[in-house]
Design a protein around this ligand. Sequence first.
Ligand SMILES: Cc1cc2nc3c(=O)[nH]c(=O)nc-3n(C[C@H](O)[C@H](O)[C@H](O)COP(=O)(O)O)c2cc1C
Length: 170
Amino acid sequence: MTVLVAYGSTGGSTAEIAGWIAEEFRAAGLDVRLLPADEVDDVAGYDALVLGAAMYAAGWHPDARRFAKRFAGPFADRPVWLFSSGPLDHTADDTDLPPDHQAEAAMHLLQAREHVTFGGRLTAEAHGWLGFVARRMKHEGHTGDFRDPQRIRAWARGVAAEITSPRRQA
Ligand SMILES: Cc1cc2nc3c(=O)[nH]c(=O)nc-3n(C[C@H](O)[C@H](O)[C@H](O)COP(=O)(O)O)c2cc1C
């Protein structure tokens, strides 16, 4: 079984989440390709997809949005999971945050089984304009790393179990 883990990320934290998910998939015996969503040209040969996106003011990361539009057809008969990463507080872990309207559109396009929201990261060490924003937001107390690797890895193990479940292939 080969799984594609694709992501839209500007500051790298969503890419890192995708990497943790890929690690859990490999530990579960799956073949994994981990790629930025805008570098995927061909989706032939994948048995399942995980697509993740950072959330910005304009919504779901544009690379992930474009991916969902480009590859909606090919994944119609393959299982798909989506995740968003964004909230710079603990709300994503404390409550079940629903997809924003763009993530919801991607869910429809890709007929995703599930969407989950994970916390995000924004720190003053960020590069370029992100660092500038972070240094400004720091005064308002909205910076930090709110990702929970244990929760993310546990979610990935659950997805891996579904992908490898014999029931699915029956
Ligand atoms: C300018 C800006 C706008 C943001 N807007 C949102 C938002 O609307 N909703 C949200 O949940 N997170 C928002 N975030 C937080 C990011 O989603 C979070 O920092 C995320 O981890 C970034 O992922 P990346 O490092 O992969 O780009 C925003 C961050 C910045 C810098």
